[in-house]
Design a protein around this ligand. Structure first.
Ligand SMILES: Nc1ncnc2c1ncn2[C@@H]1O[C@H](COP(=O)(O)OP(=O)(O)OP(=O)(O)O)[C@@H](O)[C@H]1O
Ligand SMILES: [Mg+2]
Length: 457
């Protein structure tokens, strides 16, 4: 018996996809299929091996390969191509594909190659776990603001505790996935598996079967028995992303699982147990969802025993330089460039930008900047962020025919920003892309005062 793995089959041609799934399931692998690149990216995190068609309508196989690998660096990617295009296949291997398969495919060849790939994946994982532990723990969660220090202190305590349920909250892109992984590798479960599932992307039955597995014949597509993520993660951690989107009936089953760690496969009749820690995450307002009847209160209380809130980047601009440099250096390595850091002017621009997409956006900006950069430091013109106006369309004010008193305009803008933020000077400064000192200076200059004080004068 060869090595068995979780195989992701990506091909837009339904008949080939179905045939591959059948061959691989027959060989004992667990298979997920995707018809598009976008869909494939959602399943990349949990796969060991990916079989990717080189030519697809929505993406190019080579691009998809690197995107998949960036989601899951242990993933083994194999390219499928027509006989006539062996050149591209060879290029794919040079770019990091493990192997390639030529169409028309033969069942035996597919089974043998995927078996070898699954073995390579198991090996990689083993080596990666031993070597990468240090790199994956909380040390890897960068930031030196007080907010991050607090998050890290709490996370370390919780990671090393026996708590089996943790809730991560924060806006999109603040680092919930990143922290969940770090907590896993900081815990005594670090040797166990880390499984992730995004609750938004799947329909109710599929989500339940992904989580808890299914018995053969439980529903039309359930041709064989399948173990769910909680079983696969036994001894480790399950990361439930976007918990706010989980449908109500499944919420009840999840609650039961969180309370006594027991569950049933879909269509199953016996209770099973799994020893896993559940880290749930959301960027939604769960309290609002409870009021609207979309989220169970009892589940909320159960999840909220150990909450960790990661503040948005705009509340901790002190972290921007360290994160910016980190991304600059690591993309520079990836792209074989010589970037070592950022110029002072570029850093100033980053610090004043409001970062609605948080760290994910900062990462994207730095990726582009490194690609565009020609020297050893990133300059402002590489950043392509131009303090965008919050309302689309409001690009510039039109100068009225009779002209304007620019001092008065500035005074009015500062006053409005302060009013809108209830005199939170940092928040007002961010709205105007000013530093705290710059806004303080203007408050003095224009003799502005909060409403309460004005009243007592
Ligand atoms: N403190 C940090 N140090 C280093 N990298 C970070 C940190 N926080 C986030 N990142 C990186 O920023 C990117 C976005 O983070 P992540 O995917 O964890 O966000 P998220 O909160 O899960 O977002 P969403 O709600 O959209 O799923 C990732 O590439 C992650 O590795
Ligand atoms: Mg996430």
């Amino acid at each position: 018996v060869g090595y068995l793995g979780r195989v992701l089959v990506v091909d837009d041609e339904p008949s080939i996809r179905k045939w591959l799934c059948a061959v691989l399931q027959q060989a004992g692998h667990s298979v997920v299929e995707s018809a598009t690149g976008t869909e494939a990216l959602k399943s990349a995190a949990n796969a060991d091996v990916a079989l990717v068609d080189l030519v697809m309508p929505d993406t190019d196989g080579l691009k998809l390969m690197s995107a998949l690998k960036s989601q899951n660096d242990g993933l083994i990617v194999m390219i499928m191509t027509a006989h006539s295009d062996v050149k591209t296949a060879v290029r794919a291997v040079k770019m990091g594909a493990y192997d390639y398969l030529c169409k028309p495919l033969g069942a035996e060849e597919v089974a043998a190659t995927v078996g070898r790939a699954a073995e390579a994946s198991a090996l990689r994982r083993h080596v990666g776990l031993i070597r990468g532990r240090e790199k994956l723990g909380l040390k890897n969660f960068l930031g030196e603001s007080r907010a991050v220090e607090q998050v890290l202190r709490l996370s370390r305590k919780i990671a090393q505790s026996e708590a089996t349920t943790i809730l991560l909250r924060g806006e999109s892109g603040v680092g919930k996935d990143h922290l969940a992984r770090a907590i896993h590798f900081e815990s005594r479960r670090a040797d166990g598996p880390f499984q992730t599932i995004t609750c938004t992307t799947l329909q109710e039955t599929l989500l339940e079967s992904e989580l808890f597995g299914h018995e053969r014949g439980a529903f039309t597509d359930a041709r064989s028995q399948k173990r769910g993520l909680v079983e696969l993660a036994n001894g480790g951690t399950v990361y439930l992303d976007e918990i706010g989107d989980i449908p109500p009936t499944l919420q009840a089953k999840l609650l039961r699982f969180l309370e006594d760690k027991s569950f049933r496969r879909v269509g199953g009749t016996i209770d099973l147990k799994a020893d896993v820690r559940v880290i749930a995450a959301t960027n939604r307002d769960l309290e609002e969802a409870i009021k609207a009847g979309r989220f169970r209160k009892d589940l909320y209380y159960r999840l909220n025993v150990m909450p960790i809130r990661i503040p948005p980047l705009s509340e901790r601009p002190e972290d921007i330089p360290i994160l910016g440099r980190h991304f600059a250096v690591s993309f520079s390595r990836d792209f074989k460039k010589n970037v070592e850091g950022l110029s002072d002017e570029a850093l100033r621009m980053l610090v004043h930008y409001p970062w609605p997409g948080n760290i994910r956006e900062l990462r994207n900006v730095m990726e582009r900047a490194v690609l565009l950069s020609t020297g050893t430091v990133i300059e402002p013109e590489d950043l392509l962020i131009s303090a965008p106006s919050p309302e689309p369309g409001a690009v510039g004010f039109q100068l009225p025919a009779g002209g304007i008193d620019i001092e008065e305009l500035e005074r009015s803008m500062v006053a409005q920003a302060l009013e809108r933020t209830a005199w939170n000077q940092s928040a007002a400064a961010r709205l105007l892309r000013l530093t705290r000192n710059q806004i303080r200076y203007r408050i003095k200059k224009f003799l502005l005062a909060p409403p309460a004080r004005q009243g007592t004068r």
